[in-house]
Design a protein around this ligand. Sequence first.
Ligand code: PMP
Length: 397
Amino acid sequence: MFEVLKPIPQDPILAMMASYREDTHPQKIDLGIGVYKNDLGETPIMQAVQQAEARLLQSETTKSYTAPAGSPLFNLRSAQLVFGAEHPALNDGRVISAQTPGGCGALRMGAEFLRGCSSESRVWVSTPTWANHIPLLGGAGLDIVEYPYYDYANKAIQFDAMLQALESARQGDFILLHGCCHNPSGADLNREQWDAVADLLERKGLIPFVDMAYQGLGSGLDDDAYGVRMLAARMPEMLVATSCSKNFGLYRERTGTLFIVGETPEQTSNAGSQLFSKIRSHYSMPPSHGAAIVETILSDDELSTLWQDELSLMRHRIQGLRQSLVTKITASDIQGDFSFIEQQFGMFSFLGITPQQVEQLRTEHSIYMIDSSRMNVAGLNEQCMDYFVAALGEVLK
Ligand code: PMP
């Protein structure tokens, strides 16, 4: 049977990372893979996480099975973080939560749940969107339709075109929105735009599916959740997928949450039972360690404060790098307006150069980013900034 199988080409990001590792250039820069990095180019374990782990080592008494929904305490803390502690949807029993294996697990199980609700409904994703959205949602059998989002020429959201495209969505279609820190563009909806999207969704009977993988890395924990909280207050039904990979630095622990918001407590509970049965048939139950860390942090004032301080340092570092990059580009001979980099949020922005220029940066200057020119801003630091700007000047000559 297996002799007919052909190899699937390696993921271009992983292939690029392998060449980065082999590159011996002393000033090489990695702006490729989407993980947060500190000034030393490392992705360290957060102190709050380390302290929570030390406590768990003492206090954990069993590794016995949990449940398809995972830990109830984690689910409660995660819901409070995402929706805010006193959100009406939480108080009214309209939210069901499931701890999932990362944001990817949340997205996939959300898609499986939605596909179980309707075989007619399609899911709309932004152009561009995070590349993995397509296999995660499409793999569950949902048909994918795209709506225009980022205008590469103007380096901003093409909001009118987005609304116009969504006008042609059919009642019951699902609309994937990035909660904050849009990956790959860094261009986020502002509050007026979120409100206008909600008007349209409401009027047309569309169901939002919000992917929020970067809460706290854009403008702050509460500001970043504006869209999710507003939609949960207004819409009868929605899904939210979140991830603790970036804001808790728990990438390999595979920790995320899927929330289903329903119209009534009874409908929500029925939806939950459908979801838990899907989870049971896919992976039975989520891994526990990352969620145990998160619930330990979020249930303790001291650890919570430490975590929030560390998270704001990360956010401010990214914002500082964005500003510094724009200042240095503006002071150089490089033509063109790069101020959009300062106005965008989270780890990613498109530099706005051609794939050939991206390749030139890689081959001539050992600077690595994906061909679309999406760069991970957190991969920069003040020491390498001059080298980066000089190299950019060379390829743009
Ligand atoms: N959504 C988006 C937009 C992402 O960028 C990511 C991580 N790169 C995820 C979801 C999921 O991340 P994870 O499964 O690692 O938690």
